[in-house]
Write a protein that binds this ligand. Structure first.
Ligand code: ZN
Length: 227
């Protein structure tokens, strides 16, 4: 009882602190500087980053959902999160994900039995302190449905330095499925989609473990995927 009261009290203090901060330091769009309520961008600037592309029935995926264009300020924010470990930007990215997903989120996610993501290697996670896809896609509307299903059985080299064929080779067998997925429809989330080789390797592990379908959801996609 005491703990519940304490939690309520802490919540209310945090809420008031946030409110004060919003009043005295309004959040600003990272592109034009206009005052905003949610995410990183005003509606106008967000439009230039929105991709909201759906690719259906590829060889590996039932659907691929790509939310934003990986460029300019959005690319910079993701770099800050991934390489400078700026965890304070994660709630803003989560809000941006929410704004780019279909309006009736509960129906969108209801199509999948399992919602999971590409896992960060344990070493990188320890260094960073968090897992980026998990933080972006653990949306309040999802409740506790985002669950870890894959683990990395070995470290991989930074993929952006490798040619596509070498990426595939580097990734081969790097994921292990650690929860039952047989007969399940899986939605696999990641922060950045470039060649899709990481997602494809993860999908292969899920199919090997008996998943009936795998769909991919990426927060941002590189230019090659925009057309
Ligand atoms: Zn703006």
């Amino acid at each position: 009882m005491f703990l519940a009261d304490l939690e309520r009290c802490t919540d209310s203090v945090l809420y008031n602190l946030r409110l004060l901060r919003e009043i005295f330091y309004p959040r600003r769009c990272l592109v034009c500087g206009q005052s905003i309520d949610m995410g990183c961008f005003c509606a106008n600037c967000r439009r230039s980053f929105l991709l909201q592309k759906v690719i259906r029935d590829t060889e590996q995926f039932k659907e691929v959902f790509l939310l934003y264009k990986y460029e300019q300020q959005l690319k910079e924010i993701l770099h800050q999160v991934k390489f400078a470990c700026c965890s304070n930007l994660l709630p803003l990215l989560r809000e941006e994900a929410y704004l780019a997903l279909p309006a009736r989120l509960e129906y969108f996610f209801a199509d999948y039995d399992i919602i999971t993501g590409i896992p960060t290697s344990p070493e990188r996670r320890k260094l960073r302190g968090f897992d980026v896809p998990e933080k972006i896609f653990s949306l309040a509307e999802l409740g506790n449905r985002y669950v870890p299903v894959l683990t990395r059985v070995r470290n991989t080299l930074p993929l952006y330095e490798l040619e596509p064929a070498l990426r595939r080779e580097e990734l081969q067998g790097c994921f292990k499925v650690c929860r039952p997925v047989a007969g399940r429809k899986v939605l696999l989330c990641d922060d950045i989609y470039t060649t899709g080789s990481t997602m494809k390797e993860a999908a292969a592990a899920l199919y090997d473990a008996g998943a009936v379908s795998v769909s991919a959801l990426a927060f941002a996609a590189s230019r090659d995927n925009w057309q």
